[in-house]
Write a protein that binds this ligand. Structure first.
Ligand code: NAP
Ligand code: ZN
Length: 351
């Protein structure tokens, strides 16, 4: 038995997203059935719809910044009940027994985590479909609690943009007095500014877009550096303990290296693939600097982020759209014209 669900899907890398009726599994004993209220639009959705990373299986129903309401729970579920507000991020399952899973690092599951879409369920091998849809069925361990009082639609982007920037901030022990920089003011970048500020850090934005300066300061930046201006780049030598690089496409990292302090780290979260231009090792060696990477965050860490955002009143700056406007939203995202995350109001699916 299965349940019929309506969503929006892409049928090939070249197709626009369009309405798509599909089936989801009937709930298992540890499953939570969730009515989706809002879903954020991540640049990773666009990458996977267009097969930028290879390995996309169609049809794809994207969406991994999901906020919903619990409709029903299986008999083994005791953390959730009907009516609870919950979140689902980029993962819906993992192996549960490798050393990564045992350390709460499900995103680095040695057998591969099951992603919210463009993955296969590890029990019945059916394709997973994401949050651009009316309902989702998820094992309770991968369901997150949304703290009371948090604005629901603004919380959707916390499930990916939020955790992806929170995890490196925590891993590199950012707190009061730390000097952090962020490259790119989009969905991830604007969450990085808010979260680093919330942790008490001093924060700088590197951007190619001079018109974003005022917004950056409102979002928490103490300093804004135009990355295309050599003089401005020279003025931030040896400043940063951590740089979070959210740029989605191949770009030259070399101009940023002088701005890392001794022992500083530039962590890539945006771009997957070979660097272009080649990285010069001299500034790394002469300053004990690192270039690292990081993917989303674990389930417990995501809950910690949601609780932190609940306590500090942090949500995403969003533009609410109807699902019918998703293709236009992708076009704007490609022009870096997002202020600062699109969130789909899923009630529009019924229009
Ligand atoms: P986004 O909203 O489109 O923001 C990206 C920002 O990067 C843009 O606003 C722009 O900022 C800058 N930018 C864009 N193209 C650029 C280019 N060619 N060169 C230099 N800067 C450029 O995207 P997002 O949703 O934040 O996602 C960013 C990337 O992170 C995507 O590749 C996504 O797939 C990836 N991602 C990774 C993880 C992970 O776990 N590691 C999780 C989620 C997303 P300015 O206008 O300020 O320059
Ligand atoms: Zn994402």
């Amino acid at each position: 038995m299965t349940m019929n669900v309506l969503g929006f899907a892409a049928h090939s890398a070249k197709d626009a997203l369009a309405p798509y009726a599909f089936e989801r599994r009937d709930p298992r004993s540890d499953d939570v059935v969730i009515e989706i209220l809002y879903c954020g639009v991540c640049h990773s959705d666009l990458h996977q719809v267009r097969n930028d990373w290879g390995g996309s299986s169609y049809p794809i129903v994207p969406g991994h910044e999901i906020i919903g309401r619990v409709v029903s729970v299986g008999p083994e579920v005791n953390r959730f009940k009907q009516g609870d507000h919950v979140g689902i991020g980029c993962m819906v399952d993992s192996c549960h027994h490798c050393s990564s899973c045992e350390s709460g690092l499900e995103q680095y599951c040695e057998e591969g985590a099951t992603f919210t879409y463009n993955s296969l369920d590890r029990h019945d091998h059916s394709p997973t479909y994401g949050g651009y849809s009316e309902k989702i069925v998820v094992s309770d361990k991968f369901v997150l609690k949304i703290p009371d009082g948090v604005e629901l639609k603004g919380a959707a982007p916390l499930l990916c943009a939020g955790i992806t920037t929170w995890s490196p901030l925590r891993h590199w022990n950012i707190g009061k007095g730390s000097k952090v920089a962020v490259i790119g003011l989009g969905g991830l970048g604007h969450m990085a500014l808010k979260l680093a500020k919330g942790l008490g850090a001093e924060i700088t934005l590197f951007t190619r877009s001079p018109e974003k300066e005022q917004d950056a300061r409102r979002l928490g930046a103490d300093k804004v550096v135009l990355s295309t201006d050599e003089e401005q780049m020279k003025a931030v030598k040896r400043e940063f303990q951590l740089i979070i690089d959210t740029v989605p496409y191949a770009h030259d990292l070399n101009p940023y290296m002088p701005s890392l302090a001794i022992d500083g780290t530039l962590v890539l979260v945006g771009y997957l693939g070979a660097l272009d231009k080649m990285l010069n090792s001299v500034p790394l060696i002469m300053g004990r600097k690192s270039v690292a990477g990081s993917v989303i965050g674990g389930i417990q860490e995501t809950q910690e982020l949601l609780d932190f955002c609940g306590e500090h009143g942090i949500t995403s700056d969003i533009e609410v759209i109807k699902i019918q406007d998703i293709n236009e939203a992708y076009k704007r995202m490609l022009k870096s014209d997002v202020k600062y995350r699109f969130v789909i109001d899923m009630a529009s699916l019924k229009e």
